[in-house]
Design a protein. Structure first.
Length: 554
């Protein structure tokens, strides 16, 4: 039996009747003929769309634009809850169908910065072109029959329709604002998912705080991944980047398999990645797929994990063996060597050298990673920095410095397409880490740096924060020639400034911030309450603590 996909076209019959100029409330279009009214085209009318920033396309190319406040911007037409209707006739009774610009390929962004969570959509004034959301398959599961189903090999799987609707709403809104969406696919302990044999570690995988490795041999795994891809791969609602798992080289903390053996973990993950790739490309041939690695390169977390370099090499060989045609890329987490100490980048230079034997990859030696990928894995690979941040417990200026270093590293490397920061505000569960750009009492210094990234204000910010910690990372076999100096930005001539990865900073004239933005103290933008807030779904992250400068589960 063929899997049932939700149709991308909403058909309805609409009767249009001229009314007085007073706006009216709209009815929701169903598949039955209903009366829809048009007011004075100069006025705005209320309506109930599923997302904003769309338009109605009428015969002759005439468009009626809609805004995110759920109102018609021009011409006053009322539409259905999904927006984007195409009027195919100009008489009193017309056919309406959803229309979107068709995808023709992967869409790169000219801006690299972004945030995890949906804060770019919900918080007033925060900027960015990338949004990363965690999608938990266990939350998408429905233990009872539901309206949202997927059929595979004669078996029916039921899903949480409300969860999918919330994700689709946010992704559609991001798409209308040209924000690129990255989804991380995760599976936590769940008795029902375990009973369907979705976890590689078996039926005992029921710890709701543990992220487990998927079982590539389970039909349920295939069904869940295909369902996810089918729902989030339409022209009007698509994902640009898909990441399978989180820091999969740390199987005791994430992607739990019950073993630290590199061969076992790589083989299992490679076979799962093939299932993942088949599911996504079945519905979307244009998105990019990624493996997830933490900042450990030759370090193995005291025996608790697998060095990222070893995992990457073995995965590359395994994929050439079992799935040579599958495209894959790298999602990397670019933290300082010690997550609690941004200053460890230059205070402990032996931890992040320019040698391929370096224990860690950090902002000061990102080129070790990308250079190694080009030379040994493939020059066609792309990199996104999908999680990083800096600890405010070192002080706000040091946190701001860390944010600046992380962005400068991404900006200087043409292989890197995005740098996505972990926390808009403190999570409150990270123990030794405060990664938020804001607190409950206001904005941190790092917020101003983040806002400046990629803008005309960035060169002056870069000079202030990056050049004040010039790191001489000349490679040497004994690592003893690595020196770190702290200088004022005024003392470093622009032509002698060094930036991360050993390349020079070419400073350009940019506008110096003219002081506090008039809108900084405005109240948070009012966002209409949803029946189920997106944060309640996507921010149910595994609670973490920091042990010895590393994130670990509670």
């Amino acid at each position: 039996m063929q899997p049932r996909k939700r149709k991308g076209i909403l058909a309805a019959l609409i009767t249009i009747t001229a009314l007085a100029t007073t706006p009216i409330h709209a009815a929701t279009i169903t598949n039955q003929p209903i009366q829809i009214a048009v007011s004075d085209p100069a006025n705005r009318m209320e309506y109930t769309p599923y997302h904003g920033n769309d338009y109605l396309l009428f015969p002759g190319g005439k468009k009626v634009y809609l805004d995110s406040n759920r109102q018609v911007i021009r011409n006053g037409y009322v539409i259905d809850e999904f927006g984007d209707l195409n009027m195919t006739s100009s008489d009193g009774t017309v056919n309406a169908s959803r229309t979107y610009e068709p995808r023709t390929g992967y869409s790169y962004s000219s801006e690299k910065k972004g945030l995890q969570g949906d804060y770019i959509l919900t918080e007033s004034g925060i900027t960015g072109s990338h949004m990363l959301l965690n999608f938990y398959l266990d939350l998408a599961d429905s233990t009872e029959p539901s309206n949202l189903t997927y059929e595979l090999n004669g078996n029916t799987y039921y899903f949480n329709e409300d969860m999918f609707n919330v994700f689709k709403k946010r992704i559609k809104e991001a798409q209308t604002r040209d924000i690129k969406v990255t989804i991380v696919v995760l599976l936590r302990g769940n008795a029902h998912c375990a009973a369907m044999n979705m976890m590689s570690s078996g039926s005992g995988a029921t710890n709701p705080s543990q992220i487990y490795s998927l079982n590539p041999g389970s039909e349920a795994t295939q069904a869940f991944l295909e369902m996810l891809a089918s729902q989030l791969s339409s022209d009007g609602c698509h994902v640009e980047n898909w990441i399978l798992g989180n820091e999969v080289n740390m199987p005791n903390t994430y992607n739990h398999t019950g073993s630290n053996d590199v061969e076992k973990n790589v083989s299992l993950y490679a076979r799962t990645f093939k299932v993942f790739s088949d599911a996504v490309t079945k519905f979307d041939p244009y998105s990019k797929l990624y493996i997830s690695l933490d900042h450990s390169w030759t370090d193995n977390a005291g025996g608790a994990g697998i060095p990222g370099k070893d995992f990457l090499n073995q995965f590359h060989l395994k994929m050439k063996e079992i799935a040579p045609g599958v495209q894959w890329n790298i999602a990397f987490h670019l933290y300082p060597p010690d997550l609690t100490k941004t200053a460890s980048m230059w205070q402990n230079p032996e931890l992040n050298t320019n040698e391929t034997t370096t224990p860690f990859i950090s902002p000061v030696n990102l080129s070790v990673l990308t250079g190694y990928i080009k030379d040994h894995i493939g020059a066609d690979k792309r990199v996104i920095l999908s999680e990083q941040g800096a600890n405010a417990k070192e002080g706000e200026t040091m946190q701001a410095t860390g944010i600046a270093f992380e962005y400068a590293a991404a900006e200087a490397d043409p292989m890197v397409d995005a740098v996505i920061f972990r926390s808009y505000r403190d999570e409150g569960t990270d123990g030794q880490l405060d990664l938020g750009l804001v607190t409950t009492s206001g904005q941190r210094e790092a917020f101003q740096v983040y806002q400046a990234l990629g803008t005309p204000s960035w060169p002056s910010m870069r000079e202030k924060y990056v050049s004040s910690h010039v790191v001489d990372q000349k490679a040497s076999p004994d690592n003893k020639s690595h020196q770190a100096t702290t200088q004022t930005s005024e003392a470093v001539p622009p032509e002698k400034l060094k930036v991360v990865n050993g390349s020079k900073l070419k400073l350009v004239d940019g506008r110096v911030p003219a002081g506090k933005d008039d809108g900084e103290d405005d109240e948070r933008e009012k966002v209409e309450k949803e029946t189920e807030n997106i944060q309640e779904i996507i921010e149910k992250n595994v609670k973490l603590k920091v042990v010895d400068g590393r994130m670990r589960e509670r």
